[in-house]
Design a protein around this ligand. Structure first.
Ligand SMILES: [Fe+2]
Length: 241
């Protein structure tokens, strides 16, 4: 499996506090069947430490080799809607603001409390510039939970929707689970990712959700969400669904 949304680099955001914790998370991922991970630290308004972030990725990848763990970490970021980074030049110049620096896919979150009214325009504008926004964990958004039908338009405009594995198994409460299952039943989930933050509590685990989705929609559909589609995203291959 490939996990496209994780906070796995040490001392960079609200993810692990030490390299040991990062390695522990990686060990959990390997045991879960994950082979590739995109590190997507929260980034807001400006990135002047890209070099430091790449250094952390290199150090972690080296440590994984030394530990004999069959896992590779790739660069990425989780951007916030409305932030100043959403300009074609900025996105194209960066090696991490688009996932794996592929200049195609952007992980774009917004607050859990509301859906910004300009969301449709932003999706449209990004697509027109050649970028595809991946909208994470909308099943946890209060507005979406009350009116999940708004997601249909986002997908029609070309956004990719990513549901968090722990929502599917109920770890974020009933409303998130209900919304995630509704999205799955209505073919509104392209990708499942862990959004891992820690070895305990929010670990990089996808297999539990994979099991639930396999039982619901069949193994082929479930595999697409944790392998085929994430691979396309990692490699910057255009999405046709
Ligand atoms: Fe995240």
């Amino acid at each position: 499996m490939i996990d496209i949304h994780t906070h796995i680099l040490p001392m960079i955001d609200d993810g692990p506090a030490t390299i040991q914790e990062s390695i522990e998370m990686c060990r959990i991922a390997v045991n879960d069947g994950i082979k590739k991970i995109i590190a997507t630290p929260h980034v807001q308004s400006k990135v002047d430490n890209e070099g430091a972030i790449f250094e952390k990725i290199d150090i972690l990848n080296q440590a994984l080799k030394q530990e004999g763990l069959d896992l590779v970490i790739f660069p990425g970021a989780e951007l916030h809607l409305n932030d100043q980074l959403l300009h074609a030049d900025v996105l194209k110049e960066s090696r991490m603001l688009t996932l794996n620096g592929n200049k195609k896919y952007i992980l774009l979150e917004f607050s859990f409390q509301w859906v910004p009214p300009e969301t449709e325009q932003v999706i449209f504008a990004l697509k027109a510039m050649g970028f595809t926004p991946i909208l994470p964990h909308l099943e946890r958004n209060f507005r979406v939970q009350n009116n999940p039908g708004i997601l249909i338009r986002f997908v029609e405009l070309g956004a990719i929707l990513q549901v968090t594995a722990q929502s599917i198994v109920g770890n974020f409460g009933r409303a998130s689970k209900k919304c995630a299952l509704w999205m799955l039943r209505n073919s509104l989930v392209h990708v499942i990712a862990s959004d891992a933050h820690s070895p305990v509590g929010r670990p990089p685990v996808l297999s539990h959700a994979l099991k639930v989705v396999s039982a619901m929609l069949g193994e082929d559909s479930a595999r697409k969400m944790v392998l085929d589609h994430p691979k396309m995203i990692l490699e910057g291959i255009p999405f046709v669904s």
